[in-house]
Write a protein that binds this ligand. Structure first.
Ligand code: BGC
Length: 765
């Protein structure tokens, strides 16, 4: 079952009603505003296959770990993003029959639309009910990015014949997670109330005491704008307003619902209800059309910095805007306690927690396309969790301030509980350090080293220094028993990527320490005293770095993904029977582990991060060796390969991989969109356009552009924030222009030649 999304540069639209598609569309059309998000569930409910989902950023539940065989070092719990209060619902009855598209006789003129340019979700349809009435509905809603604790909804309906109509907008805290380890409910209701046209519900989590309240203000009017009286009702964890009236045929009736959703992350627990009520009240005072206009304006302003325009290829255009839209609505960077879960606000899989995905795939988008504090808050998030990362390492036997950042986390504690990932996928530590390096070279905010960056780097370096061991056989340091980014091999020795990142972390931590010692000796002395940095530590790191072992094949002239890689039967993916794919759904795990198939970039991931250290001929040999063995069964895979293919001039391959990453969810390549979207991979999609076709790369400290457009594209245009300046890059098959729109003078390189630009000059080639 594939979704049917119509092509459009700014919108997702679906113009055929198919109840089987509902659960897919709920993911694709999801809304968010950084503070909260929700799947595109039907306002009136749906008794077919659905996943009701509303999520509040940072509110989670420590669900007790469930494993078959406990291993020392496993975390006590897996943090789960919580399915929270349903605040979008309206029960609708027409002459006693509930409106439910799963049960209607027929549905006509169905149109669902996500207006990404303005952050609005709209649905129109006519349904013929079992009782013969035809009801026409227009439902629109948005989560405000201007008032981020506010949602607003407008529902208009009319009937072909006079009918007894009952519309009941509600807020409901009787929600359960689809994903629970022990079939428990996670919310304890704390109260509800309703009066006149208002209502509220209030609950707290059974553990950790997150308090959340949702309050609503409702209004119902006939076509002449005459208010219709409503009655307030409530029962446990539920409140509604009941509007009952007899409709005049073909006359429209409009219901507004203004909701405030407040959590104890941002308010005193004793005040969440009042604050939610104040938010709903103030939204009502502004009115639907003013709130809506403010929403449209704010989204247009976001797009002014973040948009990528592609002319000549509507499918590619829709794909990139869809990816950017979800990145922008998942993380707004206003709060350093929040991060980006692999599914954002679109589903429960991956627990809504933070992975290495953030630093490895998402950070570049936020650095280039949003206000500077947004990316910085992602770094501060990790700095705040350094203490927990040191505790995580201690649990595994590391000492002296060594830090192992978690593979999966909400608050800094490791949540993952499969040994081959929890204990072995330690390469994640490298990505955290790489995030700091990437941020500093992009922004030149070296001051961040003193603010927290250096402490993180030193603690990570200490981890690697303890994780290596000397091998007499190799006469080198080795790293044993790891899982690289390719999770289709576990417990391998000397994974090239892990060893490479370990060595680089040791080098960068030492370099950063030396830089700070020289430039800001007081700040450095304070950090050194705080973490008891020994004088000889940096020398030890250098000795390890110089003597780290990397498996290499003379025959193939490539670094090997791990010591035993050449023992495998190397059969290219193209020789696999398509019916056997995806192998993670068709093969036993044992068979996958013994095979040569690579889930996602591994050796190539390191070359992607450090392309300025990788000559093109070396990159080509590695790409030609590994890509044919890669099944791209992680959403994080096609994007990296798309960038590398662009670098190598494999333009068709780059384009195919681009569509696979940009339209992964829109075309549901992996048959899993019902579970939610691949939000962190969307950062990778952005890189595949800007780094790949836009040819942006950072060589040492310098910004370069070497564009190469796919044949179909007549224009690629994007913005780039670089060291306080704002650039607009426009690439057509025959020209390149770079306009300096704001900020200080900067220099960039085209075909190796430097060009300096100040505001508001334009470079043309
Ligand atoms: C990938 C990991 C990734 C995780 C969350 C897994 O399938 O292999 O690299 O961190 O998904 O996106």
């Amino acid at each position: 079952m594939k979704p049917h999304i119509d092509p459009h540069p700014w919108k997702l639209t679906e113009s055929v009603w198919n109840p089987e598609h509902q659960i897919l569309s709920e993911s694709l059309f999801a809304l968010g505003n950084g503070r909260m998000g929700q799947r595109a569930n039907n306002e009136e409910g749906f008794s077919g296959k659905t996943l009701q989902g509303s999520y509040i950023a940072g509110v989670y539940y420590p669900d007790k770990t469930k494993v078959g065989w406990w291993k020392n070092g496993y975390p006590e719990y897996f943090a789960k993003v919580l399915n929270a209060v349903n605040f979008t619902g309206f029960h609708i009855e027409i002459d006693g029959e509930s409106l439910d598209l799963a049960k209607a006789k027929s549905v006509q003129a169905f149109h669902r639309e996500l207006d990404m340019q303005h952050g609005l979700l709209r649905r129109t349809f006519s349904a013929t009910l079992q009782n013969g009435h035809v009801v026409h509905v227009v439902a629109e809603r948005f989560l405000s990015i201007v008032m981020d604790e506010v949602a607003a909804m407008q529902l208009t309906l009319s009937t072909n014949l006079p009918a007894q109509i009952v519309v009941r907008p509600f807020v409901d805290f009787n929600v359960v997670n689809a994903d629970t380890n022990w079939d428990e409910t996670f919310w304890a209701p704390q109260g509800q109330g309703s009066q006149d046209l208002t209502g509220f519900v209030y609950a707290k989590t059974k553990k950790l005491d997150f308090h959340v309240a949702a309050a609503m203000h409702t209004q119902c009017m006939d076509q002449q704008q005459t208010p219709i009286a409503g009655e307030a009702h409530n029962k446990e964890a539920y409140a509604e307003t009941r509007f009952a009236f007899t409709s005049v045929a073909e006359q429209s009736y409009t219901v507004h619902k203004y909701v405030g959703v407040v959590s104890s992350l941002n308010a005193d627990p004793a005040e969440v209800v009042q604050r939610a009520q104040r938010q709903a009240e103030s939204a009502k005072e502004k009115g639907y059309s003013d709130l809506r206009q403010a929403q449209c304006d704010a989204w247009v302003a976001k797009w002014a910095l973040a948009d990528i325009q592609i002319d000549g290829d509507v499918s590619a255009q829709q794909g990139i805007r869809f990816n950017i839209f979800h990145l922008l609505q998942t993380f707004t960077g206003v709060d350093a306690r929040l991060n980006i879960g692999p599914k954002g606000f679109t589903g429960e899989k991956y627990g809504g927690s933070t992975y290495w995905d953030t630093e490895a795939y998402c950070l570049p988008f936020y650095m280039a396309s949003t206000a500077p504090r947004v990316a910085k808050n992602l770094l501060i998030y990790r700095y705040k969790q350094l203490g927990k990362a040191i505790e995580n390492a201690e649990k595994l036997g590391f000492t002296d301030g060594a830090a192992l950042y978690p593979m999966v986390t909400m608050n800094g504690e490791e949540c993952h509980n499969e040994w081959e990932i929890t204990f072995e996928e330690i390469h994640r530590n490298g990505a955290i350090a790489y995030g700091i390096y990437n941020y500093i070279r992009h922004t030149q905010d070296r001051g961040y080293l003193a603010e927290g960056g250096l402490e993180v780097l030193l603690a990570i370096a200490r981890f690697w220094a303890q994780r290596v061991n000397w091998s007499d056989a190799h006469e080198k340091f080795v790293i044993l028993g790891v899982t690289g980014p390719n999770e289709y091999e576990n417990n391998v020795n000397n994974n090239y990527y892990t060893n490479f990142m370990a060595a680089w972390c040791l080098e960068y931590a030492a370099e950063s320490a030396q830089w700070l010692a020289q430039e800001q000796p007081n700040a450095f002395a304070k950090i050194a005293a705080k973490i008891l940095l020994e004088e000889d530590e940096l020398e030890t790191w250098e000795a390890i770095r110089e003597n780290l072992y990397y498996p290499y094949s003379d025959e193939h002239q490539v670094y090997l993904q791990q010591d035993g890689f050449l023992d495998k039967e190397l059969i290219p993916v193209k020789e696999l029977d398509p019916a056997q794919r995806p192998i993670n759904q068709k093969w036993s795990w044992d068979r996958i582990l013994r095979s040569c198939y690579i889930k996602q970039a591994d050796t190539l991931q390191g070359m992607f991060f450090f392309e300025d250290r990788t000559p093109l001929d070396v990159l080509k040999r590695h790409f030609d060796f590994y890509e044919p063995l890669t099944v791209h069964e992680s959403s994080l895979s096609p994007c990296v390969h798309a960038v590398l293919a662009s670098r190598l001039g494999y333009t068709q391959k780059a384009y195919d991989l681009y569509l696979r990453t940009a339209r992964l969810d829109l075309d549901d390549y992996n048959n899993e969109v019902h579970q939610g979207l691949h939000v962190t991979a969307m950062g990778g999609t952005w890189m595949s356009v800007v780094y790949g076709f836009g040819g942006m790369k950072i060589v040492g400290e310098d910004l370069h552009f070497e564009p190469c457009l796919p044949q179909q594209w007549s224009l690629l245009s994007f913005h780039m924030r670089w060291r306080g300046a704002l650039l607009q890059v426009r690439i057509s098959p025959s020209a390149l222009t770079i306009e300096h729109k704001d900020g200080p003078e900067i220099t960039f390189y085209i075909e190796g030649k430097p060009h300096a630009l100040t505001c508001c000059q334009t470079f043309k080639r």
